[in-house]
Design a protein around this ligand. Structure first.
Ligand SMILES: *Cc1c(COP(=O)(O)O)cnc(C)c1O
Length: 495
């Protein structure tokens, strides 16, 4: 049965999956949501005999119903190949009472690769299906990891250009180096004076600029998005939750049908929303544990029902979670408001106006699947140290936020359900913070000295993504004010 997509703020007009992927954001500023969440049509036992690609097909075919089997399988095969440094694609490590689902084995060593290695293939296929002649211009705001993963995915892909905006002082040194050394004639990277929310708001404004859209169309261009507002990002992210579950089943660590908990370090709410969709599909998940850093707007929301971004934006050692406007929460709000686009649009208007909204008690009750908590900077560092001291396993700062929140959850509730923690980045991407957490004596070392030392103490080889940037020349040095992003787009496209 076909799944169609409609806007969280719209009139109910429905589009196919391929159209939703091409557009990224709906005309009315809303996000595309599926009109129903399909149920898994294979048993967990059947899925447990499949490899990552096969599970990917079984999950994605249910959402992307206007893609043919051949098209989808081709996209999957092109995405999940040797770009990943292990054929498992998403291996799991058991450490100190939890399963760490390592989602960082792709080419840019963060979990964004899980979706962004397939999105370009989905996009190109969607363009062909819909007879699109325009060049597709991917506009992306990044808190550090999406940018590089999107650049790597779209670099030199015929018929596309990609432009990335990042907060100039809001990403790790390695993250910045990865982006500004990006090759590819169709790529452009711009730092902005501002934070991630400024970049994301700027990109959303450019998307909804009707005059610019008309002008672009005349010149043979159209925009799309590689951010997790694009449904083509979310669907591939559902896959690894299903894969993790059936992997545990295959290894007899759980029984068929047994509940698990899932813990997700959260920023834009994309990754945890994918886990929620997995649950809706029938995957036995009990709690979705939403972990925030000091920018704990989501923790406060789950606790009080009030979403309030009127607060200081704090730069932390987990920069990919430094976000006060979690875009994908809108998809959940729409759902708990009973798929009421008008109600959702009113709340989102309050958010962009007063920076705040409050949900009703009846809506709050529908959030019972979630548990929110946060870890401050000290707790995050201590968690990295605790795990390293206990068993030698080194996790990155984002994963440490999740791991720490999981400890708090267990203390709070006594719940002993087996837990899968989404491990969203390689510690090599945040070497300085990670090594400081292990021992402040490392503070005096240079960035790449630290990389080698981390490799030595963890017994993990330096990832290719890091080796590549050691000596790579800087190819992008543009910086602009947040209100000048549109000019930067014009200049990149020569219009
Ligand atoms: C993007 C990112 C997150 C946050 O994921 P969301 O889907 O935005 O909630 C967490 N950790 C890392 C390493 C990331 O790159």
């Amino acid at each position: 049965m076909e799944v169609l997509y409609s806007s969280t703020r719209g009139s109910g007009e429905k589009v196919t999956a391929s159209r939703a992927i091409l557009k990224g954001l709906s005309e009315d500023g809303g996000l595309y949501v599926p009109d129903r969440i399909p149920k898994l049509d294979r048993t967990l036992a059947e899925l447990s005999e499949m490899d990552y690609r096969q599970v990917a097909y079984e999950v994605m075919k249910l959402f992307l119903t206007d893609f043919t089997e051949e098209e989808l399988k081709k996209c999957i095969a092109s995405a999940y190949d040797e770009k990943f440094d292990t054929p498992e694609i998403a291996p799991m490590v058991y450490a100190e009472g939890a399963y760490y689902l390592e989602l960082f084995h792709g080419s840019t060593i963060a979990f964004k690769d899980m979706a962004l290695s397939i999105l370009p293939h989905l996009m190109i296929t969607a363009a062909k299906k819909n007879q699109i002649k325009n060049e597709i211009v991917i506009l992306t705001a990044t808190s550090g990891d999406t940018g590089k993963a999107a650049l790597a995915g779209f670099a030199d892909v015929a018929g596309t250009r990609i432009m990335v905006f990042y907060p100039k002082n809001g990403v790790s040194p390695i993250q910045e180096k990865q982006m500004v050394t990006q090759k590819g004639a169709n790529t452009c990277v711009v730092g902005i004076h501002g934070n991630f929310d400024d970049a994301q708001t700027g990109v959303k404004q450019i998307f909804s600029d009707k005059a610019l859209e008309a002008e672009m169309n005349e010149k043979g261009f159209q925009f799309s998005s590689a951010n997790s507002i694009n449904i083509g990002r979310l669907v591939p992210q559902i896959v690894y939750y299903v894969y993790a579950y059936v992997k545990l089943l295959a290894e007899k660590r759980i029984e068929d049908g047994q509940m698990i908990n899932v813990v997700v370090p959260t920023g834009n709410f994309g990754n945890i929303l994918a886990a929620f969709y997995a649950k809706q599909m029938g995957l036995p998940i009990r709690k979705l544990i939403c972990a925030s850093n000091t920018n704990k707007v989501l923790f406060d929301f789950f606790r009080t029902g009030v979403y309030d971004r009127n607060r200081e934006f704090v730069l932390t050692t987990s920069p990919s979670m430094d976000i006060l406007i979690s875009s994908n929460l809108e998809r959940l709000i729409y759902r708990i408001a009973g798929n009421d686009a008008d109600r959702n649009a009113a709340l989102m208007k309050a958010l962009s106006g007063e920076g705040r909204y409050e949900i009703l008690p009846a809506e709050r009750e529908k959030l019972n699947d979630f548990y929110g908590n946060y870890a401050d900077e000290q707790e995050t560092a201590a968690e990295i140290g605790r795990l390293y001291d206990a068993c030698g396993y080194v996790i990155d700062t984002h994963t440490a936020v999740a791991s720490c929140v999981y400890q708090k959850y267990r203390k709070d509730t006594g719940d002993q359900t087996p837990a899968v923690i989404a491990s969203t980045a390689s510690p090599f991407k945040f070497t300085r913070s990670v090594m400081h957490a292990i021992d402040p004596k490392y503070d005096t070392m240079g960035d790449f000295e630290l990389v080698d030392e981390l490799s030595r103490i963890s017994g993990v080889q330096v990832p290719k993504a890091i080796e590549e940037i050691r000596t790579a020349p800087v190819l992008h040095d543009k910086v602009c004010d947040a209100d000048k992003m549109k000019d930067a787009v014009r200049s990149f496209l020569g219009i």
